[in-house]
Design a protein around this ligand. Structure first.
Ligand code: GRF
Length: 201
């Protein structure tokens, strides 16, 4: 059984969806560790409620990003983790962190990459006026939302949408897509060739 660490700064609705997918038997992995850079992140509480180790690692306790990321690497490596899942983790990770877990760090981004990378992907797409947006699960590389694509799901923008309603539908789509992608990883169904990530039987 593959062991997963989740890094989250905020609400943790993706974390919760992942934990629920595991409980339903739809995701064949185990979350063994949740780490946050914010002491009050609801994600920590969601993990603790289920008896999962949940750590707040305070960036202020470290003199720079390299030292902070070293602490993350040590905790994650110590927990025997196969996959690192970023679920709304609001810090850029250093090259050393990426190198420590090659093609073993996933992120979810609320747009159809490579469109609208960076912060506020939903708002960028909404303001641009696109008719279709969505979400992307990708492996993390050293660029900004530039790692290779694992899965994408399209979400249409409808006439009556506000930013809020569009965000809600994208969130619902994220919750399905992330669990599916993580399950594929955990069952060794992802094969990478160049920039293409194939799903194998
Ligand atoms: C999601 O919208 C995700 O796309 C982005 O951060 C948000 C996290 O939301 N990377 P939550 O904390 O999982 O609710």
């Amino acid at each position: 059984m593959k062991q997963i660490a989740v890094l989250a700064s905020g609400q943790g609705s993706n974390l919760e969806a992942i934990l629920e997918a595991i409980e339903r038997g739809d995701l064949s992995g185990r979350v063994v560790l949740v780490i946050s850079d914010r002491s009050r992140a609801p994600a920590l509480e969601k993990a603790r409620k289920r008896g999962i180790e949940a750590l707040f690692i305070n960036p202020k306790d470290f003199k720079n990003r390299a030292d902070y990321d070293r602490a993350l690497i040590d905790e994650i490596s110590g927990a025997g983790v196969h996959l690192v899942v970023l679920a709304g983790f609001m810090r850029l990770l250093s090259a050393d962190f990426i190198k420590a877990f090659p093609q073993r760090i996933m992120n979810i981004h609320p747009s159809l990459l490579p469109a609208f990378p960076g912060l506020d992907g939903v708002e960028q797409a909404f303001n641009y006026g696109v008719k279709v947006t969505g979400c992307t699960v990708h492996f993390v590389d050293e660029g900004l939302d530039s790692g290779l694509v694992i899965l994408q799901e399209a979400v249409p923008v409808i006439q009556q949408d506000t930013l809020f309603t569009l965000e809600q539908r994208i969130h619902a789509s994220e919750h399905r897509l992330y669990s599916t992608a993580i399950d594929l990883f955990c069952r060794d169904k992802l094969k990478v060739e160049g920039r293409r990530c194939q799903i194998v039987d």
